[in-house]
Ligand binder design. Structure first.
Ligand code: CA
Length: 235
C-alpha cells in the first residue's frame, strides 16, 4: 500500500513538529510549509492526499488558500483552528474546507479527523458502494435503501424531514456539517437560513434516538458551527 501523504501548512513550529511526528509514526508521508505561498507550491508540486491548514499564516490568510485550491482541486482540507473562533470555522467550511480540528488537540483526534476526511474523499473518487451501504454505530442502523432507522432492532419512526437530517449526517458521519449546509441539503432552495427549525427538529430526533438527549451518543452539537454524527463503525 502506498503511503498517504499529508501537507501541514502551519507557522507555529512546535505545532508543526508535533503533528509531523505523530503522522510519520503512523506511516504517513509528511510535507511541511511555514507560509501560505510555500503551502500552495507544495500542493501543486506534491499533490498531497490531504492538507492540514492553519488559518493565521504570516503571508496570507488561510481562507485565501482554501479559495484558491478549490478553483482546481477537491483535495481534503482540514483547518487547524483556535477554540473560540466559531465564525472562522464556519467561513472556512463554507469556502470548502472539509473539517476542522481545534487547538489544543490530541493524537487520536488528529488521526481520526484525517482518517474520516480521507475516507470521504476516497468515496467521492471511487464512486464506491459505501454510500449506499447502511450506516452502523452502536445499536443504530440506518438503511438508506429502505429509509429505515432501527435502534437495537426496533424501528424508529422519523418524519420525512427528520429522516433527511439524519441521513445527511450519517452519509457524512465523522465530519462536521454546518447549520447552513444542513439547511440547504434538507430544505433546498426554500431554506431561509434560520437555525431554529433545525434545532426543533434535532430536539425531536434526539428524543427518539438518544437514551439521554442531554448526553447524546449519536449526534453531537458543535457549538456555533453545526452537527457531527458519530463515525460509521464498519470501516
Ligand atoms: Ca498561525
Amino acid at each position: 500500500m502506498p503511503k498517504f501523504s499529508v501537507l501541514i501548512i502551519e507557522d507555529e513550529k512546535n505545532i508543526q513538529h508535533f503533528m509531523s511526528k505523530i503522522l510519520k509514526r503512523h506511516d504517513y508521508r509528511v510535507f511541511c510549509a511555514d507560509t501560505g505561498t510555500g503551502g500552495l507550491e507544495l500542493i501543486r508540486s506534491q499533490c498531497p492526499d490531504i492538507v492540514l491548514l492553519d488559518l493565521g499564516l504570516p503571508d496570507m490568510n488561510g481562507d485565501e488558500i482554501i479559495r484558491s485550491v478549490r478553483t482546481w482541486s477537491s483535495i481534503p482540507i482540514i483547518v487547524i483552528s483556535a477554540r473560540t473562533a466559531e465564525n472562522e470555522k464556519v467561513l472556512a467550511l463554507d469556502l470548502g474546507a472539509d473539517d476542522y480540528i481545534t487547538k489544543p488537540f490530541g493524537t487520536s483526534e488528529l488521526l481520526a479527523r484525517i482518517r474520516t476526511s480521507l475516507r470521504h474523499s476516497n468515496r467521492l473518487m471511487t464512486d464506491s458502494e459505501l454510500y449506499i451501504r447502511p450506516y452502523r454505530c452502536g445499536e443504530m442502523i440506518l438503511d438508506f435503501s429502505k429509509r429505515l432507522l432501527t435502534i437495537a432492532g426496533k424501528e424508529v419512526h422519523l418524519t420525512p424531514i427528520e429522516y433527511k437530517i439524519v441521513a445527511c449526517l450519517a452519509q457524512n458521519s465523522g465530519k462536521v456539517i454546518t447549520y447552513s449546509s444542513l439547511l440547504s441539503s434538507v430544505w433546498g432552495p426554500y431554506a431561509d437560513g434560520d437555525n431554529k427549525i433545525l434545532r426543533v427538529n434535532m430536539a425531536n430526533i434526539r428524543r427518539k434516538i438518544e437514551k439521554d438527549p442531554a448526553q447524546p451518543k449519536y449526534i453531537f452539537t458543535e457549538v456555533g458551527v453545526g452537527y457531527r454524527m458519530a463515525e460509521d463503525e464498519d470501516e
